[in-house]
Structure formats: structure tokens, C-alpha cells
Design a protein around this ligand. Structure first.
Ligand SMILES: O=C(O)[C@H](O)CO
Length: 452
């Protein structure tokens, strides 16, 4: 799982951190999650707390998309085998499957390939009848991967708009309010396409708080955002949208295009959504390994957002507090947090939020005399999808020695140039996993002290 583990495992504390991070990612992997939450007992399919008698349905179909969608498709086949009649999902890293067609798409910017896959999903959705059972995989990354712009909007215009929005600092709910109003399947429109088939959303959440209308742009969730909201987002961030986009939004505001289906729409009578995995799933997996190793575990929060560098500084400060005063917990302690931090890019370097977090934390630890087993501090931070920012690293593992008196100027320069990748790569501190098959936000772990 962690490809360069032997290089990173310098002390027992480092080893514990790496094992715990790998366990967190593994706990949120579709293979683990589907095996725990989906089962087939005779003809009864159980998904979370709901049961479906497969005898009552003509066909069982799987549709959807997102970074975990290939692994979800494969895991569903492992449980349901040839009880699945048909399927189509779009993902970035396809996996071999038998019944479900897996289309490769690109992320974060949509391309013609994405539209090709999304069209296959829509074509299959159009065949769903009232007696079909359709599982819809809604997972992080689907807003880009499942791209089917409405008539009149070209994929090029949609791509450029997505790029501008991603760079604008718009939040994920703002970004998705726009995407939902330009899409044939987002914002509950896939549920409309499938109605009155029985539709079950199989959700892997990469959004803090698990809002169903935002994760993957809510293909099977009621949408309360409007054309007006979408246009407001474009104005708020001064987005120079092409006329074909503003024409659609203006027509929607004028009532000449249908609004996305809202909360009381009849179409959702046959729809249920289940969040099968989220950030907590990963944190719990990490916590279990830390507890087994003898650490007291403290989950700080699964909802930490904001600037990555500030978050890194604060996590290091809490670790030092544990060491110096025993608050909020006595070492050996494992502090865990999740959520999704952001980077306001002002420099020219490379990196991602988890690397920026780690570098800022390492700068905070510099100069602390923490090198015995009892006072060791190790911080690890990864994007659970395995690719932090636009780099090939999942994140980084740092300690009191990652930034020394001699390297502090280099570290500060790298921090200020948003070049955490450059600095951490040179010190062998990057965590490399490759694409993991899951996507449930960021996972951070701070170990203070080492159990004896
Ligand atoms: O695809 C998306 O919209 C984001 O990953 C949030 O789920």
C-alpha cells in the first residue's frame, strides 16, 4: 500500500504511523466497505439497513462514477456476481470487471472521454423500467468524471469553465451548484431519468458533513440550488463564462429550462441514498491500529477545513502541548483529524494540501528537543485517494528532524513558494501509494511518544 514504507520507517513511531495510515485508507477502500455493508442472502440484497428482494425486480443494474467507482463496481460484483444484469461506471483508474462496463475518464478537468462514459451511463439509465433495481455509485470525483453537459454547452466550454472555477477559490457546493445546472445527470437528474425504477444511491463521501446534494453533484439527491444560485457563483468569483453557459443559466432563470428536482419532487419516492463510507471510516481504521499499538487515541475532528499551512502549524502546536503539559492527552497519544484543507497558491512550486500541512508542521517542530522515544513526534498527512494536489505523492511523513536549523531557510522558502513537494522530496519524506481506489478526504495522524 505505501510503496516507499521501508525508506520512511525510521523509528518504531514512524512504523506505527505508516501502518495506521495504511489501515485508514484500507478501511475506506470499496473492497472493505462493500464487504461490510452489502450482502446477498438467498434472494435478499442488503445495503446498509435496507433489504431488497431480488425476485421482485426484472433487472439489477449498476450505474455511476467517481474515483472509487471502478473499485466499487468490482467489489459489488464480488458480492453479487451474475445477479447484476448490466452496468456502466466512469472512473479515473478502471478495474477489471465482468458485468459492469467501466469507462475511463479524466480528473479534475472533463474531456470527451468523460462525456463518452457519462453518455453510456445515461443510455443505460434510459432503459430502466419500473421493475428494475438500480444501484447508483456516487463518489468523489464524479462531478468531473460523469460529465454530460446539457444541449448547447460544448465539452470545451464546460472544461474551461470548470478550470476557472477550480482556480477561483469557489467552495465545492458553489462549484457544484454551477455544474448541476449545466448537466444532464447531476442535481438529481439521473434519478429523474431512472424513475420510476427503484434507485439506491451507493455513496462514498469526500465532502465534509456528507451533504448528498453536493457529493458527486448529487445524481440521485434532491437539489435545492437554483439557476440563480449558479449565476451568482459566477458573478461572485468574477468568472468569464462563455455565452453558451450564460445562455443556459439565463434561460433557466427565465423559466425556459427545467429546474433541477427539489426536495419534494415525486421522483424521489423510489430513491434512497446510503453513505457507505466517509472520512470517519478512514479515521476509525487508523484509530484501531493506534489503539492496538498502545496509543491513547483522540479524534480532533473529521471536519477540519481552511488553509493547509495554518492547520499544520496548529496540529504541531497541539502535539507539543501534549508533550509539555499532558493536555489534551498524555503521551503516548495519537491525534487524528480529517476533512479537507486548501492551499491559496501564491508561489510557483509544486505540492498539495497534505504536503503543505506537513511542511508547516515540521517548521513548527524545528528546534524542539524531541528525540527520545518518549518525546518523539511524528506527523503523517495524506489524501486518501493517493494523489495530493497535482503531484504523484499521497502526502508526507515528517518529524522533528525534517526541518533542522541548517535547513530552516530552505524550508521557509519552499513553504512561501508553495513548493512543499520539492523540499519534502529532497528529504525523503513523501508518502507514495499511487491511486488507492478510494476517496474520502484527507487523513492526518500525529503520534506523540511511543508505547513501551
Ligand atoms: O465530484 C465532486 O463533486 C467532488 O469530488 C465532491 O464529491
Amino acid at each position: 500500500m505505501i510503496r516507499n514504507e521501508p525508506d520512511l520507517a525510521r523509528t518504531p513511531t514512524h512504523e506505527h504511523a505508516l501502518r495506521a495510515i495504511a489501515a485508514g485508507i484500507d478501511a475506506a477502500h470499496p473492497e472493505t466497505v462493500i464487504a461490510e455493508t452489502v450482502s446477498l442472502d438467498g434472494d435478499t440484497l442488503s445495503i446498509a439497513d435496507d433489504g431488497y428482494d431480488l425476485n421482485k425486480y426484472d433487472r439489477l443494474v449498476v450505474l455511476g462514477g467517481g474515483k472509487p467507482a471502478g473499485a466499487v463496481a468490482r467489489a459489488l460484483e464480488a458480492v453479487l456476481g451474475n445477479r447484476i444484469d448490466d452496468g456502466a461506471v466512469v472512473t479515473k483508474t478502471p478495474e477489471p470487471t465482468d458485468e459492469i462496463a467501466v469507462y475511463k475518464g479524466n480528473h479534475p478537468l472533463p474531456t470527451k472521454e468523460n462525456v463518452h462514459g457519462a453518455t453510456a451511463v445515461l443510455d443505460l439509465a434510459a432503459t430502466a423500467g419500473p421493475d428494475d433495481l438500480v444501484l447508483v455509485v456516487a463518489s468523489g470525483g464524479a462531478s468531473a468524471l460523469l460529465s454530460a453537459p446539457v444541449d448547447g454547452v460544448s465539452v470545451e466550454a464546460y472544461r474551461d469553465l470548470t478550470e476557472e472555477l477550480l482556480e477561483s477559490g469557489a467552495t465545492i457546493d458553489e462549484l457544484n451548484a454551477v455544474r448541476k445546472h449545466l448537466s444532464r445527470l447531476k442535481g438529481g437528474r439521473l434519478a429523474c431519468e431512472l424513475a420510476p425504477a427503484t434507485t439506491v444511491g451507493v455513496v462514498f463521501s469526500d465532502v465534509v458533513g456528507n451533504p448528498l446534494d453536493v457529493i458527486a453533484s448529487g445524481p440521485t439527491a434532491p437539489d435545492s440550488s437554483t439557476y440563480d444560485d449558479a449565476l451568482t457563483v459566477l458573478k461572485r468569483y468574477d468568472i468569464d463564462a462563455p455565452p453558451e453557459v450564460t445562455d443556459v443559466l439565463d434561460a433557466g432563470i427565465a423559466g425556459d429550462r427545467p429546474e433541477t428536482p427539489g426536495p419534494n419532487t415525486a421522483v424521489f419516492e423510489h430513491v434512497s441514498n446510503h453513505v457507505l463510507a466517509d472520512n470517519r471510516t478512514a479515521l476509525d481504521g487508523t484509530a484501531r491500529v493506534c489503539e492496538q499499538a498502545g496509543y491513547e487515541t483522540v479524534v480532533l475532528s473529521t471536519r477540519i477545513e481552511g488553509e493547509a499551512q495554518e492547520t499544520g502549524q496548529r496540529h504541531a502546536a497541539v502535539a507539543l502541548e501534549c508533550l509539555n503539559s499532558g493536555d489534551p492527552a498524555e503521551p503516548p497519544v495519537a491525534l487524528l483529524s480529517g476533512g479537507e484543507t486548501t492551499v491559496t497558491v501564491t508561489g510557483n512550486g509544486r505540492g498539495g494540501p497534505n504536503q503543505e500541512f506537513a511542511l508547516a508542521a515540521a517548521l513548527e517542530l524545528r528546534g524542539e528537543e524531541v528525540c527520545s522515544v518518549d518525546s518523539n513526534i511524528v506527523l503523517a498527512s495524506v489524501d486518501t485517494d493517493g494523489l495530493d494536489g497535482s503531484t504523484d505523492a499521497a502526502g508526507a511523513l515528517v518529524d522533528y528532524g525534517t526541518v533542522t536549523t541548517n535547513s530552516a531557510d530552505d524550508a521557509r522558502n519552499a513553504r512561501d513558494d508553495n513548493d512543499a513537494y520539492g523540499y519534502l522530496h529532497a528529504r525523503g519524506s513523501l508518502i507514495e501509494t499511487g491511486p488507492t481506489g478510494t476517496n474520502v478526504n484527507d487523513l492526518r495522524l500525529v503520534l506523540v511518544g511511543t508505547p513501551r
